[in-house]
Design a protein around this ligand. Structure first.
Ligand code: GTP
Ligand code: MG
Length: 550
């Protein structure tokens, strides 16, 4: 049908979002200019958020015909974009052109009837579609977008066929990075949680942060959400003249922390009781950074909802900037993160391990130390900024317009950089020095923690305070072995392409002698596992999920 044909037309929303920015050098921007100019972090966020608000999620029967579904939904308005994926059942993500279409669809949607249970009448944007009559003939299979990565073993095989380490890192990125569809789903999940929080605070904003949006996200990574209440009441124009001042009456609490805990407690309660598809809800309100953890089944994401966490939002934007500056940054970070995860240097369980955030900072520091530097220091980015940005008294100023940052003159290849990264940190004086990406220089360690990486914004804090000496030693030993391995087996593919080399050799768990293995030999595998479990429990009891603000 005509409507269906229209659905496939290309989108113009990117241009629409970019329109609000002034044209370069006073002339009208050409399409090519708009396409090549890098978007700011807030532009990306605003564009994706607006898309997500016009989007619904539909659980479909397995024998669905794409065409029929689109025709049926088109009676509520034009569909701009859609795709399918599978988690607990088949889901369709439907983005309408107009917001009104959602109300129209909701008006036509019935309440479910359960035999034994009673539904709680919370009308969300997640729907279940059933067929009134089973189809007489087999339907065409629909294309399901994958939301997970391929297993490391499969990846290693693919890497063997590349012809340089640089090409291997490119393959790793293509296979592991977030897809367009997965990113859309992440923004949609935030938008659905915003609907819930919006029942209490209509002006609130739920934004993704962390690896979902910092350009370093891997398929399957958790979804960090930030409940932002700062816009509440900001729009009211206070009258300067006249005999009165008028303010809202509000409850008071003794501190911002208590306010955050209460808000998260109530919203966590709502999510737990009424949030469709939200399961395993855990309120971790006594952590340094209070949060509500839950699993969002329809999207398949493990979510961490925090509030009043603006500095983390700034660190996310900072990483976004670094990740967008030079293609080598993301490639190297992906390579190092994947290497670390494969060898158990990082873990999904909180504990004395190096976090992905700390590891990324280490890669950035290394890139700042190259001659000439590949990425600028944070102080340099601060110098380019137009406006000051102070959060909770901390200076979080840096430039947000990527086009103002001069590209590097460094031309080193990733083949060189990966080896040098391991060489650099295999020999770094961690006992004496702290890493500081604000200055791009190592500094004397102000305290005794094993690994000291200065928090870029709260400068007296260490983002890797949780890391113990054992974990740092494992990192250093593996880095040395990896540097060595790259020199031996990293030169290029064998003629048959059958022998893992370069990055593939680094990702084989059997390829490295393993700092972890040698500890295992000493203590025995079971006691090692029990010890890390106990460590992680201790860590949880003390700090909650993570070492925020440490
Ligand atoms: P993943 O491991 O892929 O989830 O990476 P991530 O960058 O999303 O890390 P995580 O989910 O642990 O944290 C989300 C964001 O919170 C990070 O990107 C940082 O901005 C911030 N953050 C995480 N850990 C710390 C920390 O130890 N100190 C500080 N100051 N901020 C942190
Ligand atoms: Mg995360």
């Amino acid at each position: 049908s005509r409507r269906v044909a229209k659905l496939r037309g290309h989108s113009t929303e990117a241009a629409a979002v970019l329109k609000e920015r002034p044209a370069l050098s006073g002339e009208a921007s050409s399409d090519a200019e708009i396409a090549t100019r890098k978007k700011t972090f807030s532009e990306v966020l605003a564009e994706r958020k607006e898309q997500a608000n016009r989007t619904v999620l539909i659980n479909c029967p397995s024998k669905i015909t794409e065409k029929k579904l689109l025709k049926y939904l088109s009676s509520h308005g034009n569909i701009k974009n859609h795709f399918f994926y599978e988690t607990h059942g088949i889901y369709a993500v439907i983005e309408f052109s107009e917001l009104d279409s959602i109300a129209s669809l909701q008006d036509a949607t019935g309440m479910p009837q359960f035999e034994d249970d009673c539904p709680i009448p919370f009308k969300s944007r997640i729907f279940t579609l059933t067929l009134k009559n089973p189809p007489s003939q087999a339907s065409e299979p629909i294309h399901l977008h994958k939301q997970t990565t391929i297993p490391v073993g499969e990846l290693v095989n693919k890497l063997c066929n590349a012809d340089s380490v640089s090409a291997q890192l490119q393959i790793l990125m293509e296979k592991y990075q977030l897809t367009e569809e997965n990113t859309k789903l992440r923004f949609l999940a935030c938008s659905l949680i915003q609907d819930i929080a919006g029942a209490y605070f209509p002006d609130c904003n739920v934004k993704p942060f962390g690896s979902s949006v910092n350009t370093f996200g891997k398929l399957g990574c958790d979804l960090d959400m930030f409940l932002d209440l700062d816009d509440t009441g900001k729009n009211s124009a206070r009258r300067k003249t006249g005999p009165f001042n008028i303010e809202y009456q509000m409850k008071r609490v003794p501190s911002q922390r208590i306010a955050t805990q209460r808000i998260l407690s109530v919203i966590g309660e709502f999510i737990d009781n009424f949030g469709p598809g939200c399961v395993s809800v855990q309120k971790i309100l006594n952590a340094r950074c209070p949060l509500v953890k839950f699993s969002h089944q329809p999207s398949g994401f493990q979510c961490d909802l925090t509030a009043n966490n603006r500095i983390a939002m700034r660190s996310t934007e900072l990483l976004y900037i670094y990740g967008s500056l030079d293609p080598r940054v993301r490639a190297l970070v992906f390579g190092v993160r994947c290497w670390a995860r494969t060898h158990g240097i990082t873990s999904s369980i909180p504990g004395p391990w190096i976090t992905n955030f700390a590891l990324t900072t280490m890669v950035l520091f290394f890139l700042q130390k190259r001659q000439p530097p590949i990425v600028p220091t944070l102080d340099h980015l601060k110098g380019l900024a137009e406006d000051k940005h102070i959060v909770e008294g901390y200076d979080c100023t840096f430039v947000s317009n990527l086009n103002k940052i001069k590209p590097t003159e460094n031309t080193e290849t990733l083949d060189v950089l990966l080896g040098e990264f391991f060489e650099y940190f295999g020999n770094f004086a961690f006992n004496k020095h702290s890493l500081n990406i604000r200055k791009g220089k190592e500094q004397n360690k102000p305290e005794a923690s094993a690994l000291h990486i200065q928090n870029p914004f709260e400068q007296s804090l260490n983002i890797s305070k949780n890391v113990n000496a054992t974990q740092l030693d494992r990192f250093v030993t593996l880095a040395r072995e990896s540097a060595w391995l790259l020199q031996q087996e990293g030169k290029g593919p064998s003629s048959s392409h059958s022998q893992p080399w370069g990055l593939a050799a680094l990702l084989r768990t059997s390829g490295l002698s393993h700092a972890g293995k040698s500890t295992k030999r000493k203590r025995g595998p079971a006691s090692e596992r029990i010890k890390s479990l106990l460590d992680s429990l201790k860590f949880n009891a003390n700090n909650g999920k993570r070492t925020f603000g440490t």
